[in-house]
Design a protein around this ligand. Structure first.
Ligand code: ATP
Ligand code: MG
Length: 561
């Protein structure tokens, strides 16, 4: 299912069409400058990856550059931990902002001057109303708001009061600076929006310098202008802010960046909002921002996702003008597709049961050839050890199998991958639990893979691991974090956390072939017939922990569809 946008780079999305048209008209001398503007109040998620692919992608396509700008105007929620993680995640995805690392907080002096300029032009005023009073007099979408009694303060007084606000002479909430636009505008954002507020909170970069901070709408667009950003690409919820964005450009007489909105990414069975993800982290519902169940970049990385799989996913979903919901199965498809090409195959048995090959010599042992990746000849091959006792997957054996079960059962034959054909003769059960504890088979020495002289055909091939060589490992099996397709479609009073999938993490003890010894965190493998697995950083010394990245096929639809 190679999508058209992946195959054919000529097909332009609507934003690229706009830019292409501008370039033909020599707008901005053909210059293309975008920016990726995260607020450092959490870790990046897959929605941000879409935004990055768009902003960095468009810049690259049209020979421009993309700035990294931290939108750090809200000192209460922001932190350097987040700044560092954001940079790491962007780099890991393969995007490069060169030396263009900017911070809205570095512009605080200029933003202050912009505010002064608006006051001087009679376009802003200091309001003594409390934030509650401002909200109460805003009106409704169908009724105009009421003008503040402080709206017509003389310019000189406004300048003085704003200066005193800056010096910390007033308390939080006592005063605010508002743009003087139109209290009757049908657009609520144009009804004299607050552009500066008093906040006596230290900032992670500017320390105690500021007692006032600009509001988002007075920082974002102005930062775009300062950086001479030509295209300010943002999500749809900012569409109604665009008239204010443009009003500020006009009245401040600054560089006219163009804001274009696109649909934000929503994915089934998860939430994409830093605030909600933070709630999961703080409430201990997951083990941190990089829990492999999280839709964060760091979570996906730990889970085993590759940068290419995430970028291909973003390419596939494209850029739309209307909000929608993408099936998480498409993300899983993207990682399977990439790992199929790149991950070496090994044999790993998730739920082992022992098979004794009764006609194989007690002390016998041999090393068989196994190719590492049939999709990639350059991956070469390795030796795997065979011996009298092996583990197979418990689910590959049935005491009384139906006719179509092409795996092992009494009297049935199967091939052991890279090894021999075996026939099952008997088995032993735990009398207390009824669980099968041992299976007895005979092997046919003439059927070794690659040297089979018999021409015998069997329907099933099983993976296995030699008991005396097996490496015990911990495996963490993940499932979707939320059992609901849309965990945010809620009744009044309900909470999205009520829909966390209680089976989203299962930890089991498994065995893998010894060739894996020495593998490092982040190494990825396909366990034959089982899925893709990645070594977790919690692994220490000889104790390997594997995260299951994805099953080989989409089993979710079968289970829950
Ligand atoms: P969140 O709700 O997760 O906090 P945000 O929009 O507040 O998201 P920012 O750090 O402000 O997060 O976002 C940085 C950039 O990423 C913005 O341009 C924003 O529009 C974009 N972005 C955020 N979430 C998504 C998403 N789900 N899909 C596409 N783009 C997104
Ligand atoms: Mg935000």
């Amino acid at each position: 299912m190679e999508s058209e946008s992946v195959k054919n780079k000529e097909i332009l999305n609507f934003i690229e069409q706009i830019i292409g048209e501008d370039i033909r008209n020599h707008k901005n001398e053909g210059r293309v400058q975008t920016r990726f503007p995260p607020e450092p109040n959490g870790y990046l998620h897959i929605g941000h990856a879409k935004s990055m692919c768009l902003n960095f992608g468009v810049a690259e396509k049209f020979g421009g550059t993309c700035n990294l700008r931290f939108d750090d105007t809200n000192p209460e929620k922001e932190d350097v931990e987040y700044v560092d993680s954001i940079k790491e995640d962007i780099r890991w995805l393969g995007f490069d902002w060169g030396d263009r690392e900017f911070y809205a907080s570095d512009y605080f002096d200029r933003l202050y001057e912009f505010a002064v300029k608006l006051i001087q032009k009679g376009k802003a005023y200091v309001d003594d109303l409390s934030s509650d009073e401002i909200a109460a007099t805003k009106g409704t979408p169908t009724e105009p708001g009421k003008e503040s009694p402080y709206r017509n303060r003389p310019v000189e007084e406004n300048l003085q009061l704003f200066e005193l606000m800056k010096e910390g002479k007033f308390e939080e909430g006592d005063k605010a600076l508002r743009a003087k636009i139109d209290m009757a505008s049908p657009n609520m954002h144009m009804r004299d929006p607050v552009i500066y507020r008093i906040k006596k909170v230290p900032h992670h970069r500017t320390g105690n310098k500021w007692n006032i901070y600009p509001m988002y709408d007075f920082a974002h667009g102005q930062s775009d202008a300062i950086e001479q950003v030509t295209y300010s690409l943002c999500t749809l919820e900012f569409e109604s802010h665009r008239p204010l964005y443009d009003w500020l450009i006009e009245n401040l007489e600054i560089f006219p960046s163009r804001q274009i909105e696109f649909a934000r990414l929503n994915i089934t069975n998860t939430v994409l909002s830093k605030r909600k993800l933070l709630e999961l982290v703080n409430g201990g519902y997951v083990n941190g921002w990089d829990d492999p169940r999280m839709p964060t970049i760091s979570g996906l990385r730990r889970r085993g996702y590759t940068p290419a799989s995430i970028r291909n996913f973003a390419d596939r979903i494209g850029v739309a003008k209307r909000d929608g919901m993408i099936d998480v199965a498409l993300l899983e498809f993207s990682v399977r597709e990439d790992l199929n090409k790149t991950a070496n195959r090994i044999m790993g048995i998730l739920d082992p049961v022992k098979v004794v090959i009764t006609n194989y010599p007690e002390e016998g042992e041999e090393w068989l050839d196994a190719i590492n990746n049939p999709e990639n000849a350059a991956a070469g091959s390795r030796k795997i050890s065979f011996s009298r006792e092996i583990f197979i997957e418990r689910s590959d054996f049935m005491v009384d199998p139906p006719r179509k079960f092409f795996r092992l059962g009494p009297g049935r034959e199967v091939r052991l991958k890279h090894a021999y054909i075996i026939a099952c003769e008997d088995y032993k059960k735990d009398p207390a639990t009824g669980e099968v504890t041992e299976i007895y088979c005979k092997y046919d020495p003439d059927t070794r893979s690659g040297a089979d002289k018999t021409g015998k055909k069997v329907k099933g091939t099983l993976s296995w691991v030699s008991v005396k060589h097996a490496l015990p490992v911990e495996v963490r099996l993940y499932d979707r974090l939320f059992s609901r397709m849309d965990p945010l479609a809620l009744q009044e009073g309900d909470d999205f956390k009520n829909y966390i999938n209680p089976d989203s993490l299962k930890t089991i003890q498994s065995v893998v072939e010894p060739s894996v010894q020495g593998a490092k965190p982040g190494d990825r493998f396909q366990f034959l017939r089982q899925g893709y697995f990645c070594i977790d950083p919690d692994s220490s010394g000889g104790n390997l922990i594997f995260n299951r990245t994805a099953t080989l096929r989409d089993t979710w639809a079968k289970k829950h569809g």
